[in-house]
Design a protein around this ligand. Structure first.
Ligand code: SF4
Length: 362
């Protein structure tokens, strides 16, 4: 196996730093339904993800935060090309990639690795750690030419995820490991492909609280040492502040706010982000209690027939008339923060589809 290389971050170049990009990505799932007329049956679909654009940069963690059912895990699966897109494009290193079997798609699958929430389910219980890791190295052509090289590769992977001494773990079965150790093996298996991107779908939510920090610190270490781009999917906005450079907030299939993690978590602009923050206790929070109380209530909407206008309007304590009919575009705020909310209509608006800017005075 070729030793996983620790790369030195290149001189800052924002465009070149973008490894993976979603442009206006949508995913609608058809719903089976026997009632109603033929046309209604054809048109029923779950709008799981609508018009999502995001960029993952080398050496950074981007958190995608939202309640369960908000579509964030679907975004991870779309980026991993496990589902075909309903609309939009995915670009790897600036080039559009389509699911298929060609060389560029095989390269994509190697470079973009998904880590699942449940490490026990993602590892085959009848196979050892050695089997899982050796298989990854072989599939991705990194096993070397002999037993000694393969053994060195296995050892390097386990050391990389801090399971040491490696000989203690190589011949264990998943049930002989703790949850945290299993997740480390799942991460090592992903590293076997020598990826540029890790898509971590709630990687610590099924682990004991006491070991979550260790796994997050490991991912942070990999980001720094291997200069990986990491998408961190979570419902825990407090962990996004600790772990992610950038935070994006998702509600009912759409991204509603984004910016650097410190700003988004300490000065949330979108009423939904304020609701999330208010329900996640944090003694360091800068938001005053009276602001926290201005949160919404109720349940997320059905994504089969999502509300018109702003999807958050049925729960939003600050909803206005236009919120019920007009979809808010993305409004740029200070320091790179933005929010898709009509409260900021007197700032500058960025048209997401084209990236062009126009001044508004509404
Ligand atoms: Fe609330 Fe309107 Fe903003 Fe939506 S657009 S979050 S309904 S104020």
């Amino acid at each position: 196996m070729t030793e996983q290389t620790e790369t030195v971050p290149p001189a800052h170049d924002v465009a070149r730093d973008i490894v993976l990009e979603a442009r206006g990505v949508s995913k609608h799932f058809r719903v089976r339904h026997n009632g109603g007329d033929l046309l209604a049956r054809r048109q029923r679909a779950v709008h799981a993800v609508d018009d999502v654009s995001l960029q993952l940069r080398r050496g950074t963690v981007t958190a995608l935060v939202g309640e369960s059912g908000s579509g964030k895990s679907t975004v991870a699966r779309l980026l991993a090309q496990l589902y075909p897109l309903t609309g939009g494009e995915i670009h790897l290193a600036g080039k559009a990639v389509k699911a298929g079997s060609g060389r560029s798609f095989r390269r994509y699958v190697r470079q973009v690795q998904l880590i699942f929430q449940d490490p026990f389910a993602s590892l085959n219980p009848v196979h050892t750690v050695r089997y899982h890791l050796a298989r990854s190295l072989k599939i991705h052509g990194r096993a070397g030419s002999g037993e000694a090289e393969l053994e060195a590769g296995l050892t390097a992977l386990l050391e990389r995820v801090q399971l040491t001494p490696p000989q203690r773990f190589l011949d264990k079965f998943p049930h002989e490991l703790s949850g945290g150790q299993r997740q480390r093996v799942a991460i090592a298996r992903a590293l076997g492909a020598d990826p540029q991107v890790l898509l971590a779908d709630e990687p610590v939510s099924m682990l004991d609280v006491s070991i979550r920090l260790g796994v997050l610190n490991l991912l942070k270490d990999l980001k720094d040492r291997l200069h990986l781009a990491i998408l961190y999917i979570t419902h825990d906005i407090a962990s996004a502040r600790y772990f992610a450079d950038t935070t994006l907030v998702m509600y009912a299939g759409r991204i509603v706010e984004g910016g650097d993690s410190e700003t988004v978590t300490q000065h949330p602009a979108h009423p939904y982000t304020q609701l999330l923050i208010a329900s996640a206790p944090d003694p360091d929070r800068a938001v005053a209690p009276e602001e926290q109380q201005e949160s919404g209530s109720g349940e997320p909407p059905s994504l089969i027939a999502p509300p018109a206008g702003c999807r958050f309007h049925p729960r939003c304590p600050r909803a206005m008339e236009r919120c019920r009919t007009e979809l808010p575009p993305r409004f740029d705020l200070d320091d790179g923060q933005w929010a898709a909310c009509w409260l900021y209509a007197d700032t500058t608006v960025t048209t997401e589809a084209t990236g062009t800017k126009e001044a508004t005075d509404k």
